[in-house]
Design a binder for this molecule. Sequence first.
Ligand SMILES: [Zn+2]
Length: 328
Amino acid sequence: MEDRKPSEEFSLVQVAEGIHVWLAPNGSWGMSNAGLILGEDESMIVDTMFDLNLTRSMLNAMATIEPRISKSVDALLNTHANGDHCHGNELVPTERVIASEETANEMDELPPAVLFAMVERFKGDSSALGQYIRHAFGAFDFSNITMRLPTETFTNEMSLTIGNVEVELYEVGPAHTRGDVIAYIPSRGVVFTGDILFNHETPIMWSGPVDNWIAACELIASFDAITIPGHGPVTDSTGAIEMRDYWVMLRDQTKERFDGGMSVLDAARDIDLGPYAGWGGPERVFLNVNSLYREFGSDRVIEDVMDLFAEMGAIWVAGNGLPADQSN
Ligand SMILES: [Zn+2]
């Protein structure tokens, strides 16, 4: 896994006039999509990458479309606080870094140095947790990242004009994280959803409540626009409806098992994912069921994030038929 070089596999794709997507080759851990909005003489970038090399590749590709990107960008939006959407902020030549207030609050809670230390710690570790940490994070370089935090925050809604292009920002979190934002460009019929949408990838609910996420999917679908998920290929309103239906299914199936007194692990194993079983990262269902149990008021949820990764790692190792050292 450490030999993977994701920077060589991304591509810049135009989806509408002045709207480009920096599209990851797959939607797995850290493989996030970003965007470029070009208005008359102005530009805005939506999200940066998980590490500096990936962000440099993105900016270089964007500069081939619009050379002034390398000197000046009018605004950068971070859709949420996860590192795969903001670790590269320091490389964007802009004065204006926009995020929701909650995203700004959350952004410095998990410093890149912690991820760097974690990847170092699990190098060569053959436990399920070690293998899973390398699978999720081993391809990225978390060294020497200085977090650049938002300079401008908002709550609920904000609109801004990039040249002649109006961009509407809607805070739809807490859902995936505490402060998720989507960006809708009405004149181009495009919406950037951040990690409210994982297209044919299992989503991850760090925060919840799930009903906020369901409502956000319905808002996205109501735009009937070209829809850019945070992870996975470009879609349209059908991607938002699928994501809503996943959460309705998981919420209801989890509630039944919670009411029946099952443990989180037993519930996660017992739920039939049906049409969603083929989505990437199915082991994340464990984290989602854990978050739903917390929402339902369970006192038996796992709070430690490494314990969550260990459980997901065990499911992932078993699902992929990999041997694992039981010592960890
Ligand atoms: Zn992400």
